[in-house]
Ligand binder design. Sequence first.
Ligand SMILES: NC(=O)c1ccc[n+]([C@@H]2O[C@H](COP(=O)([O-])OP(=O)(O)OC[C@H]3O[C@@H](n4cnc5c(N)ncnc54)[C@H](O)[C@@H]3O)[C@@H](O)[C@H]2O)c1
Ligand SMILES: O=C(O)C[C@@H](O)C(=O)O
Ligand SMILES: [K+]
Ligand SMILES: [Mn+2]
Length: 357
Amino acid sequence: MKQWNIAVIPGDGIGKEVVPEALRVLDTAASIQGNVTFNYTEFPWGSDYYVEHGMMMPEDGMDQLKQFDAIFLGAVGDPNLVPDHISLWGLLLKIRRDFQQSINIRPAKYFEGLKTPLADPNNFDLIVVRENSEGEYSEVGGRIHKGEDQIAIQNAIFTRKGTENVMRYAFELSKTRTGHLTSATKSNGIFHTMPFWDEVFSDIKQEYGTVETKKWHIDALAALLVTRPSDFDVIVASNLFGDILTDIGGAIMGSIGIAPSANINVSGEFPSMFEPVHGSAPDIVGQNIANPVGQIWTAKLMLEHFGEIELGEQVLAAIEEATKNGYKTPDIGGAHSTTEVTDEICKQLVNQKQLNL
Ligand SMILES: NC(=O)c1ccc[n+]([C@@H]2O[C@H](COP(=O)([O-])OP(=O)(O)OC[C@H]3O[C@@H](n4cnc5c(N)ncnc54)[C@H](O)[C@@H]3O)[C@@H](O)[C@H]2O)c1
Ligand SMILES: O=C(O)C[C@@H](O)C(=O)O
Ligand SMILES: [K+]
Ligand SMILES: [Mn+2]
């Protein structure tokens, strides 16, 4: 029996509602498969913790997390309690950086039953590979002076290593899919870093003769994701561009509540972290209507990371079947609760097992 030790951080808002539901699905998956178990250790870190302790996690929080096989996180942020840049940098971004989770994988695809805003989704199926450790997200800069003399400076940091790493990852991923890779740039307007990004892209491309490439400026690409998403397969993007593109990825599926993500520590030195693309959704908290699919699909990405590929596929198939059968939360036009949707996904998982016996 293989046991995976998972650090669970529900975090804030609907994170506390959707994380337990995804654990329920993981346990159902484990029980139908029979030779794997998940052992959860929950950490109550987040904005409430900050109010009590003045920090988002304890001093030795990273040490505590180090021993786990993975981190499963909900969402971070409660702007009524803690300013967003403090909460994000004190927990989510801290873990991404300290554990060198430099790659963020964010799939988006159409499946039957989704209430997409697109007239013709044409079965789009894409993955955004987002640089996750540097770029526009940087602490380098500062603020000086007061009043009308105030100045704020924010430096974007693009290293050769970080840029090459994310591009190689994306090229490798492309080879396992359709062999088509798009780079998100903005080398017309961003004078230094984006021409650099383009140069590194064309250098790395030399190593991958079989992969067909294209680059788009981020503004046009954002529009094309809405009008022709099925033109894309793997997209490689900087930290900020990847952030924005993946909310669009959620939106074209019908809701950001569906979109999953994986923060990967490529070397394996530290645990990777799995969390949905969405945030804590303060506007719908406490109503049992948060869409659990993003968190459950995220669990599928964690299973894949553990090498439990088939089990992961079964989880996604169960999500698709439940959606097709109309088990949907209000954000995608349904009338079911968080719990009811999860119940149906668990039921579908068990059904699949029985069909395969
Ligand atoms: N990775 C993260 O933890 C993360 C991501 C984004 C935002 N945040 C934080 O979350 C807080 C709220 O941010 P925001 O409002 O910009 O983004 P958000 O993703 O929390 O919400 C945006 C909109 O999408 C809806 N939504 C999100 N997830 C949903 C789900 N599972 N089911 C149904 N509807 C869902 C919300 O109700 C809201 O209308 C802020 O504190 C922000 O910093 C955290
Ligand atoms: O800006 C971030 O990365 C936080 C959140 O918006 C996310 O997409 O994970
Ligand atoms: K999240
Ligand atoms: Mn985001």
